[in-house]
Design a protein around this ligand. Structure first.
Ligand SMILES: [Ca+2]
Ligand SMILES: [Ca+2]
Ligand SMILES: [Ca+2]
Ligand SMILES: [Zn+2]
Length: 348
């Protein structure tokens, strides 16, 4: 059985062999080799999304519950060279288990506490790299372009959150450990982005719903971008958020929430998570109309102009105006149509 399966360690061994070949080839030329970037073993967003297997279960955090094929090897970029998970865009602290070492980041499996630390580093870095790639932090203002503190905290139960006071993200360990699902990680990072853009954002129910919606939407955007960047499989419905974390509390197909629901403004129930599905559907429709890059530049750039207690109407108007300023009337019309489809008051 051990011979038949490719373990993450075997994957690393083959990756190392490739590196060795490249090093040998490089020795022929006079170009000095760049310092080796530590390799991590991570989930390809999450095991349900990459495999399409809706029958996977947590099995009390056992390594054997998830096949080796759910893991991939990927570079841990932007590290500060300290040997720990600390870098330009994120640093990870753990209240559960010893701190991961970057030199061993390729050897952890989901049963190791350090695996979640590595996942948290990899995916928060990936999220900021995505924003940088959109121009935030260069052509456009930075959006949380600083080292984001992240803590793996067992007291969070099945709940992860972003704290305003410390601007820290905390990941809980109820059910499937929250930081085993990249979409949970990036959702929380979305809150950090909003808070960096507008300190204290989310003081009304509608602003809170916009925050939840953006976290869900960003999770899908960063995950699908990574899948295409690294050539990873995407075998679950892309509109489904946190397919893996949700195996503990949903029926198949497992989703914490979706971003393609048909909810309209009149369907509000006063809960930020449920009402967020009105807004995230509008964001998805903007992306469908304008493409991911243009849509995400507009959506995120607009957020700088949201009041901490904004309404759906004001935030929609700001987003339409941002599209007009950045890309002209046709883009603005597409954004307006997306919000009109959700029957946001005053948008038609
Ligand atoms: Ca785990
Ligand atoms: Ca969980
Ligand atoms: Ca997903
Ligand atoms: Zn949230």
């Amino acid at each position: 059985m051990y011979m038949a399966r490719r373990t993450p360690r075997a994957l690393i061994a083959s990756a190392t062999a490739v590196t060795a070949l490249l090093t040998t080839a490089g020795a022929v030329s006079a170009v000095p080799a760049a310092p080796a970037v530590p390799q991590a073993t991570v989930f390809m967003v999450n095991p349900v999304q990459s495999s399409g297997d809706q029958s996977l279960v947590d099995a009390k955090d056992s390594a054997g519950a998830v096949p080796a094929s759910a893991y991939a090897s990927a570079a841990l970029r932007n590290l500060d060279g300290s040997g720990g998970l600390s870098g330009r865009w994120t640093y990870v602290r753990s209240d559960t288990g010893a701190s991961a070492k970057t030199a061993e980041a390729g050897a952890y499996t989901r049963h190791d506490d350090q695996f979640e630390q590595v996942m948290a580093y990899f995916w928060t870095n990936e999220a900021q790299e995505y924003l940088q790639g959109l121009g935030f932090g260069s052509e456009l203002p930075g959006a949380n372009d600083r080292a984001q503190p992240v803590r793996i905290n067992q007291w969070g139960a099945d709940n992860s959150y972003f704290t305003d006071r410390k601007a820290e993200i905390r990941f809980g360990k109820g059910g499937v450990d929250d930081a085993e699902d990249a979409e949970v990680i990036v959702h929380e990072y979305g809150h950090a982005v909003h808070h960096a853009q507008v300190p204290g954002f989310g003081t009304s129910v509608e602003a809170g719903a916009i925050g939840e919606a953006f976290g869900d939407y960003l999770a899908v955007e960063v995950g699908t971008h990574a899948a295409s960047r690294y050539g990873w499989p995407l075998k679950a419905d892309p509109a489904c958020v946190a397919d893996w974390d949700a195996v503990s509390y949903s029926s198949a197909p497992h989703c914490l929430r979706r971003i393609d629901q048909d909810k309209v403004y009149g369907d509000r129930v006063g809960s930020v998570h449920a009402d967020g599905e009105i807004w995230s559907r509008a964001l998805l429709d903007i992306r469908r109309a304008l493409g991911a890059r243009v849509a995400d530049r507009v959506i995120i750039n607009a957020q700088f102009g949201f009041a901490p207690d904004t309404s759906f109407q004001d935030a929609a108007l700001t987003t339409i105006a941002t599209a007009e300023r950045m890309y002209g009337a046709r883009a603005a019309d597409a954004v307006r149509a997306a919000f009109a489809g959700r029957e946001i008051p005053g948008i038609r």
